[in-house]
Ligand binder design. Structure first.
Ligand code: CUK
Ligand code: CUA
Length: 641
């Protein structure tokens, strides 16, 4: 052992010119009980001060409804982005501009105070990741959010008008034409109550195709539509590319159309939903559907939203089913767009379909049958490239730069398996801790995956971290994928909700702004803010009982420093940060009134409140911005006239 250590340490210190000696390293290793492997893992992940990470990772924040950003290989957390729920640290949900975003996420007029973010995805061109936008879905309250990656702020939330819960989103078509969101739990598309006995007739699933306007950076709700699907409980989805361009694929897990009833002594959902040996992969062509949706003959309008009927989709040759091993989970199209890999929770195999074989049946109209809704069913065997036994609970797949290489997560076995999807050869496996769900390699879901590092998103951590009560943090594990053998490098707890899925992108592809280009920008719209205030324009305007304060912030004062209003006035304060220097954010907090806004250089934020309480309310800058930051303050005086 000692001999091995000395070989490693001399290697590590070969070019070192400092006073460090191999004895120092050996002492640390001995004191901390580190092995040579630990030291090597540390050397592979440690990013010294001043150096930056090679990749950005965007992680779902699970039940927090947020997105978490960290760097790889260091696994250092860079940011929490407020998405579906208020995030006070950046004034998200407190200033008027972000309140407007959160308000657009109201469901049938109700404010929703939580989210269950699942699948983040980047904007794409030719199936390659472009660091302009990030999309993420909320499974609980079926919504999609758009995050602008030039300032890492949420700029849009759209609510699904017909589906009552969604899971298979957000999946992006290769040129960001559409953001796809697939249903999870079937329900009536209308908002009415319908008895469960009418499940087959009235309950429906579907996939919503949200049209994305790339220049505006916005989902165009009017141009978006939903494809109606049977109540098979749709699940994860992926978009085709290359030869399968135009197609998209969505799993399902209730071909039984079982409706539960444990309280009546019926078998529970879990038993009733796994009776059949197979479920259905849905195959649909969004390029054809887009045309069909334009003709009112093919659609019904529900809650003001176009729904392409099953009948019209079948007639138009845009919808097919393919049996898949029961209770599947992930579906992933290979980077070349030729194969579709499906993981089955209850199967030890992954199933690999060959798109060319699928296409041949569609072109020749050779079907194995039809389901009860009239959707043509393709032949399982004729569509198959092969099946490979990987272990218990294969869930998700991610790809590598090396041709044919795929990594699959095994939930039950708590392992990552490396294999080749072309020749169906098993190559390597590594243990993870524990019960892995999603798995990502660098840019692993794009047409140009880099591999290099893998991130295992483990549902349980059990004994890996200092315990923090009965609820343990989940574990993001970093895996070295560069060599033939996978090596576990690092464990990171996040402790902010279940990190369902991550996406990664090379750091060079993200180009965040240093300051907002135009002084007085509304960051949520990118446009000039109506309350933009330049130096010398600070003022208070009154119109009846409406008071508008045009304030500026610059080191180290807020201007004005005294605001006098009457009890009952509606007060709006516009704060413009006049700084041009990098990282000189100011923020505005008003004591006791639930008012907070973060104002980055060049931004204008606004807050509105009714001054119902008489008194003196200090306000101050909440970012420690200079030596005289504490002095960056003022008073709001509310008088009873
Ligand atoms: S799901 Cu969580 S492990 Cu919501 Cu993507 Cu597969
Ligand atoms: Cu500005 Cu503290």
């Amino acid at each position: 052992m000692l001999k091995k250590v000395s070989i490693l340490t001399s290697m590590l210190l070969f070019s070192a010119t400092s006073a460090l000696s191999s004895t120092d390293l050996q002492k640390v290793m001995k004191d901390r009980g580190l092995t040579e492997r630990d030291v090597l893992a540390a050397a592979k992940t440690y990013v010294p001060t001043g150096m930056k990470d090679e990749y950005y990772v965007f992680s779902s924040g699970g039940q927090s409804g947020q997105v978490i950003v960290y760097g790889v290989p260091s696994m250092r957390i860079l940011k929490y982005i407020g998405v579906f729920t208020p995030e006070p640290w950046q004034g998200y949900g407190f200033d008027n501009e972000s309140k407007k975003i959160l308000d657009s996420g109201k469901i049938r007029g109700q404010e929703i105070k939580w989210g269950d973010t699942h699948h983040p995805n980047f904007s794409e061109k030719n199936g390659e990741f472009v660091g302009d936008y990030l999309f993420i879905n909320d499974k609980a309250n079926p919504r999609i959010a758009v995050i602008n990656l030039h300032d890492f702020e949420t700029t849009q939330i759209v609510v699904n008008p017909v589906l009552k819960s969604t899971h298979g989103g957000s999946f992006i078509t290769p040129n960001t034409e559409y953001v796809i969101d697939a249903c999870q739990y079937a329900a009536p598309l209308e908002n009415d109550w319908v008895p469960i006995e009418a499940y087959e007739e009235k309950y429906r699933g579907g996939v919503t195709l949200w049209k994305f306007d790339y220049t505006k950076g916005q989902i165009d709700e009017k141009e978006s539509f939903t494809l109606e699907l049977p109540p098979y409980m749709q699940d994860l989805s992926d978009a085709g590319k290359g030869p399968s361009m135009g197609w998209a694929f969505t799993n399902s897990f209730n071909s039984e159309m079982y409706t539960g009833g444990i309280e009546k002594g019926l078998p529970p959902f879990e038993a009733g939903m796994s009776r059949n040996d197979t479920d259905f992969l849905h195959l649909y062509n969004w390029q054809i559907l887009e045309k069909l949706a334009k003709d009112p003959k093919n659609t019904k309008v529900i809650n003001g939203h176009r729904v392409v009927t099953i009948e019209a989709a079948v007639k138009g040759g845009a919808l097919f089913l393919l049996p898949e091993a029961k209770s599947p989970h992930g579906v992933d199209v290979t980077p070349d767009g030729k194969y579709i890999i499906i993981g089955g929770k209850l199967d030890t195999h992954v199933t690999i379909f060959d798109f060319a074989k699928i296409k041949e049946q569609i072109d020749k109209k050779e079907f194995a049958g039809k389901d009860s809704y009239g959707i043509p069913i393709l032949d399982f065997k004729k569509s198959l490239h092969g099946q490979l036994e990987l272990g218990l609970g294969p869930l998700h797949n991610t790809f590598d730069e090396k041709d044919g290489i795929v990594y699959t997560s095994l939930y039950v076995d708590s392992q990552v398996v490396k294999w080749n999807f072309r020749d169906l050869k098993l190559l390597d496996r590594v243990n993870v801790h524990y019960n892995i769900g999603h798995l990502d390699s660098m840019e692993g879901k794009s047409t140009k995956p880099k591999g290099k590092y893998g991130i295992a998103l483990n549902k349980l951590s059990i004994d890996r971290f200092l315990p923090v009560g009965p609820l343990h943090p989940q574990n993001h594990q970093l895996i070295d994928l560069a060599g033939d053998k996978m090596e576990l490098l690092y464990d990171m707890p996040i402790g902010l909700g279940e990190p369902h899925d991550v996406v990664s992108i090379h750091a060079s592809k993200i180009k965040p702004k240093k300051t907002y280009d135009k002084m007085g920008t509304n960051s949520r719209t990118g446009e000039a803010h109506e309350g933009a205030t330049l130096a010398g324009q600070e003022r208070v305007e009154r119109d009846g009982n409406k008071v508008k304060v045009y304030m500026t912030a610059v080191r180290s004062h807020l201007n004005p420093e005294h605001i006098e209003v009457n009890k009952g006035d509606e007060v709006t304060i516009y704060i413009t940060n006049l700084e041009r220097a990098q990282d000189e954010t100011h923020a505005f907090g008003l004591s006791g009134l639930n008012v907070h806004a973060s104002v980055e250089p060049g931004k204008t934020s606004s807050v509105t409140f009714t001054a119902d309480l008489e008194g003196v309310f200090p306000y101050y800058c909440t970012e420690f911005c200079s030596a005289l930051h504490l002095e960056m303050m003022g008073y709001l005086k509310v008088k009873d006239p």
